[in-house]
Design a protein around this ligand. Structure first.
Ligand SMILES: Cc1cc2nc3c(=O)[nH]c(=O)nc-3n(C[C@H](O)[C@H](O)[C@H](O)COP(=O)(O)O)c2cc1C
Length: 177
């Protein structure tokens, strides 16, 4: 199975990318495409800029989604919403194909250093991604990343780890993996 994975962040030390990489350990038999939003750097979207044409990166983002069987992503939360970097890619892609996620099943996550774990952006995405073609199967939010995650071993808290593993198991079942 082809798994597309990404963090909704361009930080070189992205904690959401760490969470995604931890989850990917449970998909070792699969073909993984872990993309970096830094490779989708585009001008800030505007309807005026759009008239000059679409950046190749917007087409490329849609292409990697088209080529996958399932999506695993974890969104960074900035001011209770998407990071500007993710929103820009999302906006550009949505102008080419409003069904950005092309009916692919998705494991949607978020984490942050705060106690709500990026739950605001995750819930926004859970509510609205389906309008953009995402088939959100499971969601998981990890609060207080630096207390609950070890960079070598992953999620520390046994209850949170069980919750995540259960969701991964359910996601795999639902996608026939
Ligand atoms: C501009 C800005 C706004 C932020 N707003 C929030 C927020 O609303 N909620 C939150 O939990 N964390 C917030 N944070 C902290 C981020 O969760 C933290 O920087 C986290 O590392 C982002 O994820 P990343 O490492 O994957 O980029 C904010 C950080 C920045 C730089």
């Amino acid at each position: 199975m082809k798994i597309l994975a990404f963090a909704g962040s361009t930080s070189s030390t992205s904690i959401n990318r760490e969470l995604v990489k931890f989850v990917l350990k449970d998909f070792q038999g699969d073909e993984i495409n872990l993309i970096d939003l830094n490779d989708f750097d585009m001008p800030v979207f505007s309807v005026d800029r759009e008239k000059k044409g679409f950046p190749d990166e917007a087409h490329h983002f849609l292409k990697v989604i088209e080529e996958c069987d399932a999506i695993i992503c974890s969104l960074a939360e900035h001011n209770r919403s998407y990071s500007a970097a993710f929103k820009n890619v999302f906006d550009w892609a949505s102008r080419i194909n409003v069904k950005v996620f092309q009916n692919k099943p998705m494991l949607l996550m978020s984490t942050s250093p705060g106690g709500y774990g990026g739950g605001n952006v995750m819930n926004t995405a859970k509510t609205f991604f389906p309008q953009f073609g995402a088939d959100v199967k499971e969601t998981f939010s990890l609060p207080k990343f630096y207390e609950n995650f070890d960079m070598e071993t992953g999620v520390i808290d046994p209850g949170m780890l069980k919750d995540l593993k259960d969701k991964i198991f359910n996601f795999k079942n639902q996608i026939g993996n």
